[in-house]
Design a binder for this molecule. Structure first.
Ligand SMILES: Cc1ncc(COP(=O)(O)O)c(C=O)c1O
Length: 408
């Protein structure tokens, strides 16, 4: 075995050989996990995924879930799902375009579009499918996507048939310069940014992007997967936070985070959504989101609107943990959201820290390549409304003890 740790990069397409040979070689990556105590993927739980989980039969504190508002474990969202199962059965069992379009789907489209300040919305059975299918539908060989370096893979994966340019991160002046140079070259120009970045927890400079896009007559897509339900006075997302509701061309999102379920959506003008209903392949050629998920999401949305105290609890927890980690001198980058990157900058140390946390009853994600560059390897902490202060204290004191043994 080589001295360095293998990463997932070592066994991808860059390696020579057939798919079967690559799969055979990949055993080296799996084997190193038991040698170095680095098992961090495909860990099995015997419970729901929330602030506490049951792993290997033990209850542990968990910081890996995106269920920011605790909706996946809430009695009302669960009951709404049970009622839907009894009324509609276990699946829609057809694509929406050819009959799997239920009245509850229509209600969710209307409600989510209204919530994020757009005219209409279309649903997908995952957030990934929403981004990828939407982009495949609207961008072709004569078009271009200008992408922030930190957009999610689901968006990048929808861009294979079109032109792309990287625009750095949160650098609207650079975008302005490129758009000036590219004037008249492409039929459609689309800028793609996230509201809250999923690995660093920082925010987009949305108002600046809106004004540059307006200046150059360029469309703007905001993937607000981590912002909706969390950001803004009413949880309507990053656009509400910046007082820019209704000023973005496309808002995409997922129901697998603040809504505690699964599925995704694209919200935009009536005409663009109508177009997507016929051209977004991951909607048109895929079975509709299940009735249970749809009704649990509708209930979660109702709770997000009617119970601001749930979001307040989330922010109380976020502010508390930020203060505690700050007092202890931990580097959490530019995070201003419930996502805290605890910068370690070394793959092996990340694995070791995650393992030591685990031994202290804390389940947490070590984030290494390909999710982030190796020099940005980190522990990713995801804070939820359902965490208790004593859990956040236990996390801080455990990290402090670990830092006495591992420098980070
Ligand atoms: C920014 C962002 N967009 C889209 C997605 C995809 O959502 P889903 O996991 O619901 O398919 C994710 C998932 O982590 C994400 O972080």
């Amino acid at each position: 075995m080589k001295n360095n740790l293998y990463s997932l990069r070592d066994f991808g397409f860059e390696m020579n050989g057939s798919a079967c040979q690559r799969a055979e070689e990949f055993q080296k990556f799996i084997d190193q996990q038991s040698v170095y105590d680095t098992k961090s993927y495909w860990i099995m739980a015997q419970s729901g995924v929330g602030a506490s989980m049951k792993i290997d039969g033990k209850k542990v504190d968990a910081y890996i879930s995106n269920d920011y508002l605790g909706m996946s474990q809430c009695q009302e969202t669960i009951q709404a799902g049970i009622d839907a199962l009894q009324k509609y059965g276990t699946g829609a069992c057809a694509a929406q375009a050819i009959g799997g379009y239920l009245d509850i789907h229509h209600r969710l489209e209307r409600d989510i579009a209204d919530f994020v300040g757009q005219e209409d919305a279309i649903l997908f059975s995952s957030g990934f499918g929403a981004n990828a299918g939407f982009l495949r539908a609207i961008l072709g060989k004569d078009d271009i996507a200008y992408i922030d370096s930190y957009i999610h893979t689901s968006a990048s994966s929808g861009l294979y048939g079109t032109n792309t340019k990287h625009i750095g991160h949160n650098d609207a002046a650079y975008l302005d310069m490129i758009l000036e140079k590219d004037k008249g070259k492409y039929a459609t120009s689309l800028v793609i940014i996230d509201g809250v970045y999923s690995q660093d927890g920082d925010l987009s400079v949305l108002p600046e992007y809106i004004s540059v896009c307006k200046k150059h007559n360029c469309l703007l897509m905001l993937d607000d997967a981590h912002g909706i339900g969390v950001m803004g006075e009413n949880g309507r997302g990053t656009a509400e936070y910046f007082n820019c509701l209704g000023q973005v061309d496309f808002i995409t999102g997922t129901f697998s985070k603040s809504f505690g379920s699964v599925g995704g959506f694209v919200a935009a003008s009536t005409k663009l959504i109508q177009y997507l209903r016929y051209y977004a392949d991951s909607n048109v050629f895929s079975a509709a989101i299940t009735p249970q998920a749809t009704c649990s999401i509708l209930k979660a949305l109702e709770l997000i609107k009617s119970r601001p105290e749930i979001r307040q609890k989330l922010w109380d927890n976020v502010n508390y943990l930020r203060k505690r980690l700050g007092e202890e001198g931990f580097d959490i980058g530019k995070s201003v959201s419930p996502i805290f990157p605890l910068m370690v900058r070394d793959n092996k140390k990340v694995y070791d820290i995650a393992d030591m946390l685990n031994k202290n009853g804390i389940f947490i994600s070590g984030i290494v390549y390909p999710a982030v560059r190796t020099k940005e390897a980190r522990i990713r902490i995801s804070v939820l409304a359902s965490h208790e202060i004593k859990q956040l204290d236990h996390l801080t004191t455990t990290l402090k003890r670990i830092r006495e043994q591992i420098v980070f």
